[in-house]
Design a protein. Structure first.
Length: 129
């Protein structure tokens, strides 16, 4: 009986969760570099490049999109950049060194996130890498 209930939950519960938006949007393949996920208002990406090159690209991206950078912090392992759009919406970009040639990027727009603008920012970042 328990197995039957488990099977029903598996068959009907997972599709309901996925269709209700409780799952992350995943773009790309595999768990390695190049994967992108949007979850809880934050876009996460793994880029196959050093944190220094990603940091430079992040600053160039903000200039290209005409965002005003108000805060920049960086060390060997991580970096944080805060900028504002013309409408005073806050954009935060966090970088974390995953390896010598891999950097994890997190982008959040506003308090609740903005998936489409986050993807535009990521596309611009990749153009500079």
């Amino acid at each position: 009986m328990i197995q039957k209930i488990f099977l029903h939950v598996l068959l009907f519960g997972i599709p309901l969760l996925v269709s209700s938006g409780c799952a992350a949007l995943l773009i790309g393949g595999g768990a390695g570099a190049g994967t992108v996920a949007y979850l809880k208002g934050e876009l996460k990406s793994t880029e196959e490049t050093s944190i220094d090159k990603t940091w430079q690209a992040a600053q160039e991206t903000m200039k290209d999109l005409e965002f005003v950078i108000t805060s920049k912090e960086k060390d060997v392992f991580s970096a944080k950049l805060i900028a504002y759009r013309a409408n005073d919406k806050k954009v935060e970009m966090y970088l974390r060194k995953a390896s010598e040639n891999t950097t994890e990027v997190k982008i959040r727009v506003g308090v609740f996130g903005d998936e489409s603008l986050s993807l535009i920012i990521l596309k611009s970042l990749k153009k500079h890498l």
